[in-house]
Design a protein around this ligand. Structure first.
Ligand SMILES: [Ca+2]
Ligand SMILES: [Ca+2]
Ligand SMILES: [Ca+2]
Ligand SMILES: [Ca+2]
Length: 331
C-alpha cells in the first residue's frame, strides 16, 4: 500500500536505517524489513537507479535515480536512502531513460552523476562540473586507482578529466558480446576472483553457450578484502538478474582511501580446525599481481606458515616450517 506506481525496472537492497535488517529500495519508494512502506517520493517509475554512499559528507546511503513521467517534479534527483528526502534534482519534463553514478573524478569528493536528459555531469552536491557526459551504462573497478571506470557494451573506458581513454575492447576476444540489445549490459560484472577489482563476463557470438571472463592485469598498490564481504555489494550481485540490471555498488565510499574503510568480520575457513578471525590488512605496503618478483612478508610475531595463492585460487607456493618475523617469497 502506497508503493503503487513508484517502482523501477530495477531494485536495490541495503540496510538504509542501520538497524541490521535490509530494506528494499524500489525506485521512488522503499519497503521496510517488515514489508510495510518506509517512504515514497511520489516521483514515479524510472528505468535506472544507483544506491551507495555517494555523498560521504552526508551520513548513510544515497539514491540516484531518473524518472519516466514527464509530469514528475524531478527528471533526475539524488535522495536520502533512509527517508526519501530529495537532496537535489532538476525538472526535465522528459522521459529520462538512462542515468549513471560513480566516482569517476578524484578532483571532486564523492560520486559524480549524469543522465540522458541532464545538461552534463554533476558532483554529488548538484554542482555541474562538465557539459559533457560519459557513457550511461555500467561502472567497473578495472585499473589500479580507487575511482570507477566505465563499462558500456564491450568497452571499458577511463575518464580523464576532459575526455576518456579505452582500457579494454572485449569484442576483440572470442567475438565477445553484451546482452539485451541497446541496453548492452554484461552477463555479469563482479569481483569474482577476490582482489576487489571486478571481472567482466560476456558471451561469445561464435558460440553462445560459451562465457568469456575478463580480468584486469593492471597493478594496484591498494589492498582490500573482496568486495563480496560488503553486504550492499554482495546483495548487488544477487539482484543482477532483476529486470533492467544496473551495476553493483559498495555500501562504503572508497575515494578517501582504503584506510577509512571499516573492516568487516572475516574468518578463514579453518579446514576442519577452529576458524580464525582475520584482524587486519597491511593496506599500505602490498602489491597485488606481484608476478616474477619477490614478495616480502613481515609480522610482529614469528611467521610459521606461508601460503600464496593466485587470483584463480590455485596454491602457487607453500612453506610450513618457518620461524622468522621477516620472510621472502620468490613468486
Ligand atoms: Ca534496516
Ligand atoms: Ca552518504
Ligand atoms: Ca569524485
Ligand atoms: Ca579505478
Amino acid at each position: 500500500m502506497g508503493a503503487f506506481g513508484q517502482g523501477n525496472h530495477n531494485l536495490s537492497v541495503a540496510d538504509v536505517d542501520d538497524d541490521g535488517k535490509d530494506e528494499i529500495i524500489y525506485g521512488s519508494c522503499a519497503i521496510d524489513d517488515n514489508g510495510t512502506l518506509m517512504y515514497r517520493t511520489g516521483l514515479g517509475h524510472g528505468d535506472a537507479m544507483h544506491v551507495s554512499d555517494m555523498n560521504p559528507d552526508i551520513p548513510g546511503l544515497e539514491v540516484w535515480t531518473v524518472h519516466e513521467e514527464t509530469s514528475a517534479a524531478y527528471g533526475y534527483e539524488l535522495h536520502s536512502a533512509k527517508d526519501g528526502t530529495i537532496l537535489w534534482g532538476t525538472k526535465t519534463g522528459t522521459d529520462n531513460g538512462r542515468g549513471m553514478a560513480g566516482d569517476i573524478d578524484a578532483r571532486y569528493r564523492g560520486f559524480e552523476m549524469w543522465s540522458s536528459s541532464g545538461a552534463g555531469t554533476f558532483s554529488c552536491t548538484g554542482t555541474q562540473i562538465s557539459t559533457s557526459k560519459p557513457s550511461i551504462n555500467f561502472r567497473i573497478y578495472w585499473d589500479g586507482d580507487l575511482q570507477d571506470e566505465l563499462l558500456d557494451g564491450t568497452k571499458i573506458t577511463k575518464c580523464t578529466g576532459n575526455g576518456s581513454s579505452t582500457l579494454l575492447t572485449a569484442s576483440n576476444y572470442e567475438k565477445s558480446m553484451s546482452c539485451n540489445s541497446t541496453k548492452a549490459t554484461p552477463c555479469l560484472s563482479a569481483d569474482l576472483f577476490g582482489d576487489w577489482r571486478e571481472e567482466l563476463v560476456l558471451w561469445s557470438s561464435t558460440d553462445s553457450a560459451k562465457l568469456v571472463v575478463f580480468t584486469t592485469t593492471v597493478l594496484t598498490t591498494h589492498k582490500l578484502f573482496t568486495l563480496m564481504h560488503d553486504p550492499v555489494y554482495r546483495l548487488g550481485i544477487a539482484w543482477q538478474n532483476a529486470a533492467y540490471n544496473q551495476p553493483p555498488h559498495t555500501g562504503f565510499y572508497m575515494g578517501d582511501g582504503l584506510a577509512n574503510v571499516n573492516m568487516p568480520d572475516i574468518y578463514t575457513p579453518g579446514f576442519g580446525k577452529t576458524k580464525t578471525k582475520v584482524e587486519s590488512f597491511h593496506i599500505n605496503s602490498s602489491v597485488i599481481y606481484c608476478s616474477n618478483g619477490i614478495l616480502k612478508i613481515s609480522s610482529s610475531e614469528s611467521i610459521h606458515q606461508v601460503l600464496v595463492y593466485s587470483v584463480l585460487g590455485n596454491l602457487i607456493y607453500s612453506n610450513n616450517s618457518i620461524m622468522k618475523s621477516v620472510y621472502l617469497v620468490t613468486v
